[in-house]
Design a binder for this molecule. Structure first.
Ligand code: ARG
Ligand code: GLU
Length: 725
């Protein structure tokens, strides 16, 4: 559907003015991920920055707000509805895991892409859901009434949980919707979120990796960027347009709330918003916790994942079969690995620990003058003491998570432990049934498992763990290694003789085992490793680490409350918690390190220059090259090319992938998919001069759908503004 409209005199005036003054607006970044129902408080600021619609259009309680066009996509991404027939746009990397499940060597959608030419061709995606947020209400009073701030944390938490359960039940009954109550501001506020989840979701369009992950890990978290990181799905509904399990006869979900698309572009300095589900940020933590992330946790994660990824990559490059098995999990592991490198770098260059310390000195000054919050004076000192005391245990815990449990064999051995419990249990009638159920639970994992790859991971991660954790080595580990002459290859060969390394062996064990076979499990090398690490962790690590997290939950709640009560200069917004937020900023370029130079937008000409058929990450599909060579861009041509991506100063985080990027009128101009290297630290510290979110330009999306995918039918159901207004 194409809407006609004319150039309005005001926008013409702005355009002329902009051309005259060269439009060099300062890069105004805006820290903050705001709760949609509180946007009224931001409306003046947003309007000053350029917003042209009332915030009540973005969110309202009568069901007509644009919040009804934003979805939590799967478990950790965002998507936007772009047609009255439930068409959802999100990132390529958000659909990646689902598409892996639908792909095979014969139907390799990563290589070929996928475009449904009619509704009937849209592919059901088992397990995939999308969730709408219909309404949010502040229920703080109902949750914390009568609970003193300084009440013992465990007791308080127990009471809070009971109240949450009861209140959620009440909301469910009263509204017929799903209700979830979540803490905000470190437990100083609570909101109920009323949602509706659809679970018949079908794949509609997916560009091949040569477009959708163009640039791969090399370009990930980087600007300039040339990735067409989008994919499309459709929501199907059952009777009465309501959520229903998959059924062939379900119909496309009908809705009045969907985004209008504006393909007329933007200029530097234009107002933008990102509406979506940021996952986790920790903007208000003390310098002590920040230092833990910076000097303990991030370095361990980077070090361990470097080893694991090297091993995976080697095997994936040698075999398409291993590639298909590991590509989705590799993308997830590599994504964090690279982000943390940017984070550490940003924290270092910008001396963020020092900045936090300065803030703490300022806070301490406020606290010393205050009479009402007796705990404020000591809260930071208490945090310092607790943090320092736990550092060794925290370090070992992180090595266990990233190195030992980075070996899939050891993770899988958890199932052997469960089998052992079954064999030992007195009250289970048909033990083989239970064992077979357990073995079945690993089927999905074996589908994507390659022993040779995992064995190599063992051989690099085990030495790392053993060298770095001398105070925390389980006896089973040192025994097995010593008995194999301290040779890690011999050790791994022994470990992989485990029945957990072989699906057939595991299955036949499950079918035939009797109580006497407990001994086989106890003698299994992988079970011994799993058991050894779990026991050691339970004794020497978990009690300290859990205690620490509980103490910090308490102290962070008090510290947050004290900051909000005493610091009148700041506008506080709650840390991300995978609930719906709106953030706003401006289209703003940057001059990153390297030769690229200043830019805020990229295009297909630049992408083509990066094309390299020898390198998987930069191997652009021949059809796209042909469209480029023939300048066959259709309506999407801008200056002899097609814009691909742009950056803006919106405060986003992981989970905002796939989020709608909106202009001043709330129209869709792009889909968020990343942040730039200089600003990945923004989960801990947002710097408006450095932080930028990266979005796919909607014109590239439309161009690829229409000209590359030949799926122009989809454009017909969209609401696309024709000329600037
Ligand atoms: N960095 C982006 C995000 O955090 C994109 C990740 C997908 N791309 C990749 N090469 N793994 O999710
Ligand atoms: N790519 C990220 C995601 O999957 C979004 C980028 C970010 O972390 O800001 O959510």
């Amino acid at each position: 559907m194409l809407k006609q409209c004319l150039f309005s005199p005001t926008s013409l005036k702005t355009a002329i003015l902009a051309a005259l003054v060269g439009y060099c607006m300062p890069a105004m970044g805006k820290e903050g991920m705001w709760l949609p129902p509180t946007l009224k408080n931001r409306e003046n600021d947003m309007k000053k920055m350029g917003l042209q619609i009332p915030v009540s259009q973005l969110y309202n309680e009568d069901g007509t707000g644009l919040n009804n066009a934003v979805v939590l996509f799967g478990k950790g991404c965002t998507g936007e509805v772009i047609s009255s027939r439930g068409l959802v746009l999100t990132n390529h990397h958000c659909g990646y895991g689902t598409v892996q499940g639908l792909s095979s060597k014969e139907n390799d959608y990563f290589a070929a892409g996928f475009w449904a030419k009619k509704d009937e061709e849209e592919l059901p995606c088992p397990g995939l859901t999308v969730t709408f947020v219909r309404k949010m209400e502040n229920v703080t009073d109902k949750i914390v009434t009568g609970l003193a701030d300084t009440m013992n944390e465990a007791t308080r938490q127990q009471l809070v949980e009971v109240r949450i359960k009861n209140l959620e039940k009440g909301y469910k009954t009263a509204t017929g919707m799903d209700a979830m109550i979540k803490p905000y501001f470190n437990g100083n506020q609570y909101w109920v979120i009323l949602t509706e989840t659809f679970n018949d979701i079908r794949l509609v369009g997916f560009p091949p990796n040569g477009i959708g992950s163009f640039g791969g890990d090399t370009d990930n978290w980087m600007w300039p960027r040339h990735t067409g990181d989008f994919s499309m799905f459709r929501i199907y509904a059952g009777k009465g347009n309501k959520p229903a399990a998959y059924a062939k006869d379900n119909k496309p979900y009908q809705t009045k709330q969907f985004f209008t698309i504006n393909p007329n572009g933007y200029r530097e300095g234009d107002f933008t918003m990102v509406y979506g589900f940021p996952g986790t940020t920790m903007e208000y933590i003390s310098s002590y916790q920040l230092n833990q992330v910076y000097s303990i946790l991030d370095p361990i994660r980077i070090e361990s994942r470097t080893q694991r990824l090297n091993a995976w990559t080697k095997h994936m490059q040698a075999s398409r079969d291993v590639f298909l098995k590991y590509t989705s999990k590799r993308a997830g592991i590599a994504n964090g690995w690279k982000k943390w490198q940017g984070e550490v770098r940003g924290l270092r260059i910008n001396n963020v620990v020092g900045k936090k310390q300065d803030y703490e000195a300022y806070f301490q000054g406020l606290a010393s003058q205050d009479q009402n919050l007796p705990y404020a004076d000591d809260v930071l000192a208490n945090m310092a003491a607790k943090s320092n005391a736990v550092n060794d245990a925290l370090k070992a815990d992180e090595y266990i998570k990233e190195a030992v449990l980075g070996i899939e064999l050891i993770q899988n051995a958890a199932v052997l432990d469960k089998m052992l419990q079954v064999l030992r249990a007195k009250n289970i009638a048909n033990k083989n049934d239970s064992l077979m159920k357990l073995a079945k639970g690993l089927e999905g994992m074996y589908k994507n498992y390659d022993v040779a790859t995992d064995k190599e991971v063992f051989e690099v991660l085990m030495p790392l763990f053993m060298q770095k954790n001398t105070g925390y080595i389980p006896t089973a580990f040192s025994n097995q290694l010593r008995e194999r002459g301290n040779n890690y290859n011999a050790w791994s060969s022994y470990a992989f003789s485990s029945i957990a390394a072989n699906q057939e062996k595991l299955k036949s064990f499950a079918e035939t085992a009797t109580a006497a076979d407990s001994n086989r499990l106890i003698g299994d090398p992988a079970w011994q490793l799993y058991n050894g690490i779990s026991k050691m962790r339970q004794e020497k690590i978990t009690p300290y680490v859990s205690r620490y997290y509980s103490d910090m939950a308490y102290l962070n709640r008090l510290y947050m409350n004290a900051q909000m009560s005493l610091d009148k200069q700041k506008s506080f917004y709650p840390d991300a918690n995978l609930t719906l937020r709106l953030t706003y900023g401006k289209v703003a370029g940057i001059d990153p390190d390297g030769a690229a130079g200043y830019s805020y937008q990229t295009n297909l000409n630049e992408a083509v220059k990066k094309h390299n058929p020898e390198v998987e990450e930069f191997n652009m599909p021949a059809k796209l090259m042909a469209l480029h060579n023939e300048r066959d861009f259709g309506k999407w041509s801008v200056g002899g090319s097609v814009p691909i991506a742009f950056i803006a100063s919106n405060h986003t985080s992981g989970g905002n992938s796939g989020s709608p990027v909106l202009n001043a009128k709330g129209e869709l101009i792009g889909t968020n998919f990343d942040r730039i290297w200089e600003g990945t630290m923004s989960d801990l510290y947002f710097d408006e001069k450095l932080c930028r979110n990266i979005s796919v330009d909607i014109r590239y999306t439309l161009f690829i759908i229409e000209k590359f995918g030949g799926a122009g039918r989809l454009l017909k159901e969209m609401d696309i503004v024709k000329a600037c207004d």
